[in-house]
Design a protein around this ligand. Sequence first.
Ligand code: HEC
Ligand code: HEC
Ligand code: HEC
Length: 337
Amino acid sequence: MSNRAFKHKQWVAVAMVLAIFFLTTMQTATASEKEAEQIIKNQCAACHKFEGKPESKFNLKGPDLMWAGNKYQRPWLLRWLQGKEENLYPKGYRWDLSQTPAKHSVLSPAQANAVADYFEKHFLDSRVGKSPVDMSTFNEMEAQLGADIFKKFSCLGCHQIKEDDKKIGGPISINLYDAGNRYNLDWWSRFAANPQDFTPHSGEYLADLSPLGARYIIGYLMTLGVEDFKFFEPWKTAPFQKANAKRGANVYREYCVQCHGIQGRGDGPGASGLDPKPAVHAELPLSDYPEDYLYNIIFYGGKNNGKSPNMPDWGLTIPTQDMADLIAYLRATFKGE
Ligand code: HEC
Ligand code: HEC
Ligand code: HEC
């Protein structure tokens, strides 16, 4: 056999091995997809709808899953399908039929993975787009404002959360204390825009919320249950590193002296009718105030920081670099002497 013919044979052998390898992996892929399809048809579809229109829960046996490929974070879904999560509905999904939560069917790890793959491939909802909320810029104050909305807008009346590890709130609908580990941000943002599109009985409790308010409540839910959620800290960003107190003096003159006075004595022309009076910056050690405190009181105003609402919120008015310069000015100027 010539050297060349031998090489040729070698290549043919390698190509055949590769072909067999790809064919078998392809076959296992289709096998698990087929298996998932069977599982869904035989073990799930009796209770869950995977196509058609959303319906009143009083016609359903389990939550609709037409959007199951968008709704969940995969690790949560895998845990749920393997029976490693506690029940979602404290009084049972159909509390009108039985108020004790039933044990959910359990899949093996391989089956759960196959079903999750199948969801991601076949049950995508084209209405779900990219969320307008960027969680990498979500700060702690925003979460606090979201928590306030959760109570003010009655969410707590129907959904449980945890406070100091204790469950609080009404048990009639799904618990939300682990929402940040369960939902996909994009799905939840689209749900919040109009819950009726998904569950006709869920109510329009957010309909009169501002876009900013929507950001707070959407972001807040995405922090629930997430251990050590990494909040954004604006005061650690580049504009603050290159802040300039001299420039900040101009910002102070433009927006603050009207009430706080040119020397920070609380005696600006706008102060006369105010009770409580504007803070006397000249007597306060603003140089030693925590960085988040100054940022938050100026950005979100007195009303969101347990102070008089007559101290306005400047977050939508003063650009980031000006805010950084202003805070540098306050710190450099007012040392409580
Ligand atoms: C006997 C009816 C029944 C069967 C069968 C069933 N489920 Fe469920 N499923 C439910 C109910 C009820 C809930 C709500 C559970 C709760 O309250 O904790 C639920 C919850 C879920 C959820 C979370 C829903 C959400 O977003 O709140 C998923 C995902 C799910 N099931 C998938 C499946 C899959 C996959 C199968 C088949 C392997 C299956 N279920 C079989 C009744 C069923
Ligand atoms: C009167 C009771 C009620 C109030 C108030 C309420 N919800 Fe709901 N919520 C529901 C019901 C009902 C559903 C549909 C799921 C179900 O069958 O229980 C739902 C669904 C949801 C879901 C999706 C759950 C899932 O996995 O499918 C989220 C998230 C949610 N609500 C958040 C909120 C927020 C945030 C508020 C406050 C602005 C709120 N809800 C106010 C009853 C309520
Ligand atoms: C319309 C009047 C008004 C304007 C304009 C105003 N403030 Fe205030 N500010 C107040 C009032 C009133 C308080 C006192 C709130 C209280 O004690 O409950 C206050 C309190 C503060 C405090 C809190 C001090 C502390 O001890 O907690 C800071 C800091 C502050 N203002 C900074 C600013 C800055 C910076 C600007 C300009 C961007 C500004 N304020 C513009 C009215 C105003």
